[in-house]
Design a protein around this ligand. Structure first.
Ligand SMILES: NC(=O)c1ccc[n+]([C@@H]2O[C@H](COP(=O)([O-])OP(=O)(O)OC[C@H]3O[C@@H](n4cnc5c(N)ncnc54)[C@H](O)[C@@H]3O)[C@@H](O)[C@H]2O)c1
Length: 479
């Protein structure tokens, strides 16, 4: 199949590479010439600056020039294209609704070109972007208004998880295609021939609206589950006596009906999707006159979670952040990506600055360049000058009074020895990801330890660890 992928960001670029791997003739197009130049260069650092995903560079290298082509203009290659995948950003508006302006600009540009194409083969325009339910119909209207002939529209939402985009796209758990005609379903079956009739992959054919709704329902349910563990599981283990978070998790999820995925507790789920998608669904349901109390609570819990550990440090630990130096470990919204969009670290920085910290010493294995560009913007906030950037965990810890672990990078696991070497008590360790299983060694040596899903631990309040050494108990401090 001849395919044009419109938009080559975190979704479009991996998608184009995987389609090319399957032997399709793929043109990856973006309105941003810097991205196209970087991808075209074949240079790993330049490509990964925009999208850093394990296996992506190799997938591009394998196919670039043979099956995969990059272009900043599609007018020359549009003829005889079978399928367009729209992978355009759809950010939230202030009221939670979806900003479709980027998407509609791209749709109009493509429609204009398609209206004047020389050959009139069947062409299907497919939404991969997450778009409000009914947007495929909007796309249909845009194409019709431009006088495009012989076209179909489809919805084929993307379910990839960043950090696992390539593996996830090679082996998805499902492919959802919403279309109107047998002909269009057939064209999409040819695109995804390796997944149709697969023994494990669910290939779902449905209406465009159902496909759009599946995406929103899926993301909202995932965030609901995360927020249940954060808003209930963590609270139980933090506030009620003698409850061990790890044991709680294992015991509850032993029930075959309960998912183990998402049963971790954390300083909130970030990223460009969960927050915006739940807000968009709330907006769409409100517009339809439905109550959205549950969804609003889920959203609020997740936002609250991003800074509540800093507040606990103040209220439970009596830690005064004013004029203190804090090391912030992890800036990307999750491990294995350099994407900081809606990262919990952004909220932590805002909170720390508002509490008067002297310096925030940051470190992330992949996101340092993105971080410097994000915060090195004098227009945003002059307080950002208090953020400093470091090349190692040790550098970030040097001279700090407290550390906040915000992202679940593997290298932050078992940081206790590094902390012991770098900084001496009195010192506060805030573990937003429960990354330090042997935290009792720190507590025994006089460090204060505050993790999501556990009470504040301080030497005089701590008691012996459990037999497995991983879930020590503490008597919560008396007020
Ligand atoms: N990031 C994820 O993990 C993920 C997962 C599933 C679904 N989605 C959805 O996929 C969509 C894209 O997300 P993303 O993270 O890839 O966004 P992104 O911002 O990384 O990429 C969007 C790309 O579209 C390009 N673009 C914008 N306007 C254009 C135009 N008129 N013509 C051509 N290109 C244009 C931008 O330059 C950018 O490269 C969103 O709707 C998002 O909700 C994202």
């Amino acid at each position: 199949m001849k395919i044009i992928v419109v938009g080559t960001g975190f979704v479009g670029l991996p998608h184009a590479a995987i389609l090319a791997e399957a032997g399709h003739e793929v043109y990856a197009y973006d309105i941003d010439p810097k991205k196209i130049a970087a991808y075209e260069s074949g240079d790993r650092a330049q490509i990964e600056y925009f999208v850093n995903e394990p296996g992506l560079y190799e997938a591009i290298q394998e196919t670039h020039g043979r099956y995969l082509h990059f272009t900043s203009s599609i007018s020359q290659v549009i003829d005889e294209t079978d399928v367009f995948f729209m992978c355009i950003n759809t950010p939230p508006n202030r009221d939670g609704s979806t900003d479709l302006s980027y998407y509609l600009k791209a749709a109009n540009d493509v429609a204009e070109l398609l209206a004047n194409r020389p050959t009139k083969n069947r062409v299907v325009l497919v939404n991969k972007s997450t778009v409000p339910i009914g947007t495929a119909r909007l796309l249909e209207r845009v194409l019709a208004e431009h006088g495009v002939e012989n076209f179909g529209i489809a919805s084929n939402p993307e379910f990839l998880a960043q950090g696992n985009a390539i593996d996830g796209s090679r082996r998805p758990d499902r492919v959802v295609v919403g279309a109107d005609t047998p002909e269009d379903f057939q064209i999409l079956r040819r695109v995804y021939s390796q997944f149709v009739n697969h023994v494990r992959i669910k290939y779902v054919e449905t209406t465009p609206e159902t496909a759009e709704a599946i995406k929103y329902m899926g993301n909202t349910l995932l965030l609901t589950y995360i927020s249940f563990w954060n808003g209930v599981g963590a609270r139980v283990a933090e506030s009620l006596p003698n409850v061990r978070m790890e044991d709680l998790k294992i015991g509850v999820t032993a029930d075959g009906r309960i998912s183990t995925w998402g049963s971790y507790v954390s300083n909130g789920a970030g990223g460009s999707c969960f927050g915006k998608d739940i807000q968009s669904l709330i907006y769409q349901l409100n517009q339809a006159g439905c109550s959205t109390d549950l969804l609003q609570a889920v959203y609020n819990i997740n936002e609250y979670q991003k800074t509540y550990l800093i507040d606990r440090a103040v209220h439970e630990g009596h830690f005064n952040f004013n004029q203190k130096t804090v090391a912030l470990l992890g800036l990307a919204f999750k491990k294995r990506t350099n994407d900081m969009r809606d990262s919990a670290a952004l909220k932590a920085v805002e909170s720390l600055l508002s509490k008067g910290v002297k310096e925030i010493r940051t470190y992330d294995p992949l996101a340092m360049q993105a971080a410097q560009e994000y915060w090195f913007n004098p227009e945003k906030n002059h307080l950002f000058e208090r953020i400093t950037y470091h090349e190692t965990v040790q550098d970030a810890l040097a001279g700090s009074d407290a550390v906040f672990i915000s992202t679940d990078w593997e290298e932050f696991r078992g940081l206790s020895r590094t902390i012991e070497k770098a900084v001496k008590p009195p010192y506060l360790v805030i573990d937003g990801r429960r990354m330090i299983p042997d935290y009792m060694t720190l507590v025994d040596k006089g460090y204060d330890f505050l993790a999501v899903g556990g009470p504040l631990l301080r030497k005089e309040t701590a008691v012996a660890p459990s037999p497995n050494g991983l879930s020590p108990q503490a008597i919560p401090q008396k007020a």
